[in-house]
Design a protein around this ligand. Structure first.
Ligand code: NDP
Length: 316
């Protein structure tokens, strides 16, 4: 028999984005009886975007919430047990075949030999009024997801790092004008991306600038900007505001249990999902600061399931 059928679980998955559900489908089909914790935001980041237009297999696109509902139904079809709770603590074994302890709902605990972490990351907010109100109504964290809705319109991107410059570069192909708002008088981004941006005629770079206010009724209509150098305020009319000031991986509960990099992402073996503890695997944005796409997350969810299956096979 490959997997333990007693009280100790074979596979616990933390996270209900594409990585978590993909891991659930694969582990369920491999007879591991997965148990998945959804976390506070069932469905993850995709439930905060409007339409998902770039996931393979949906020629007409699909609403983010519907997409994640489908993922959940597919995981349930293979008998994934879904728990609508957040995990608040873990104690991870150092031993091969050891038992990991997963705590939730204050004092409840589940034990498992296999654990797949797919807790994702969260984009950093600016911390100004109305930005959460207009999320999905003009404010976005993903140009490749939402840029198309602003075709031939004016938009703004905030940030001076690689993400912001990539977003601006992508949007410049679709939109009429892209304001790139940078708080310092220089970019943090790599030189190659800076060169690419400087060549685009429809990107208007505003250095030394901070967004102070978001304007709009039912949808975003514009922003107010303060220029720290000339001390002037300015209003820009835009239909889309893309915030790209970095992400924070959701790894707080793993800090003392797993090796994390300097930015808090879980370190995995190159080309694998294997973490620093035996039987513990990480998939999706929680271990990926670069790609952060639904399709790459789902791919690593599948990899984590196969890595866990291999972990058990090597013990028989
Ligand atoms: P970064 O942390 O690199 O950059 C964040 C940017 O946002 C900085 O310019 C920062 O300004 C600015 N910023 C932060 N907080 C605020 C704020 N409150 N208001 C206004 N501006 C703010 O994050 P990225 O997401 O750009 O990149 C994350 C990692 O992913 C990096 O290692 C990057 O290299 C990598 N990446 C690589 C890509 C590639 O290789 N193609 C593509 C995308 C990301 P300041 O400089 O003042 O701190």
């Amino acid at each position: 028999m490959l997997f333990n059928k007693k009280k100790t679980q074979n596979c616990v998955i933390i996270g209900s984005g594409p990585a978590g559900y993909s891991a659930a489908i694969y582990t369920a089909r491999a007879d591991m009886n997965p148990l998945l914790f959804t976390g506070f935001q069932p469905g993850g980041q995709l439930t905060t975007t409007t339409d998902v237009d770039n996931y393979l297999g949906f020629p007409e696109g699909i609403n983010g919430i519907d997409f994640m509902k489908n993922c959940r139904m597919q995981a349930e079809r293979f008998n994934t047990k879904i728990i609508n709770e957040s995990v608040n603590r873990v104690i991870l074994s150092n031993k091969k075949g050891g038992i990991h302890r997963i705590f939730f709902d204050q004092k409840k605990c589940i034990e498992s030999r296999g654990l797949i972490i797919a807790t994702g990351s969260r984009p950093k907010f600016l911390g100004i009024n109305k930005e959460k109100k207009f999320l999905g109504l003009g404010v976005s964290f993903c140009a490749t997801c939402d840029g198309f809705f602003h075709k031939e319109k004016d938009v703004a991107v905030i940030g001076g790092g690689d993400s912001a410059l990539e977003e601006a570069s992508y949007l410049a192909k679709i939109c009429r004008k892209v304001y790139l708002i940078v708080r310092k008088d220089y970019f943090k981004a790599s030189k190659i991306l800076q060169c690419r941006i400087l060549k685009k005629k429809n990107i208007n770079i505003l250095f030394y600038s901070n967004v102070t206010e978001i304007i709009g009724g039912n949808f975003l209509e514009g922003i107010k900007i303060f220029n720290k150098k000339n001390k002037k305020n300015r209003t820009i009319l835009i239909s889309g505001l893309f915030i790209a000031i970095g992400h924070t991986p959701n790894t707080e509960i793993f800090k003392n249990e797993l090796d994390l990099n300097e930015k808090g992402y879980i370190i995995v073996e190159k080309g694998k999902t294997i973490t620093s503890k035996p039987g513990v695997f990480a998939a999706g944005d929680v271990q990926d600061p670069d790609y952060r796409q639904a399709i790459t997350s789902a791919g690593t969810g599948c990899m984590a399931a196969l890595d866990l299956e291999k972990y058990y096979l090597l013990q028989t």
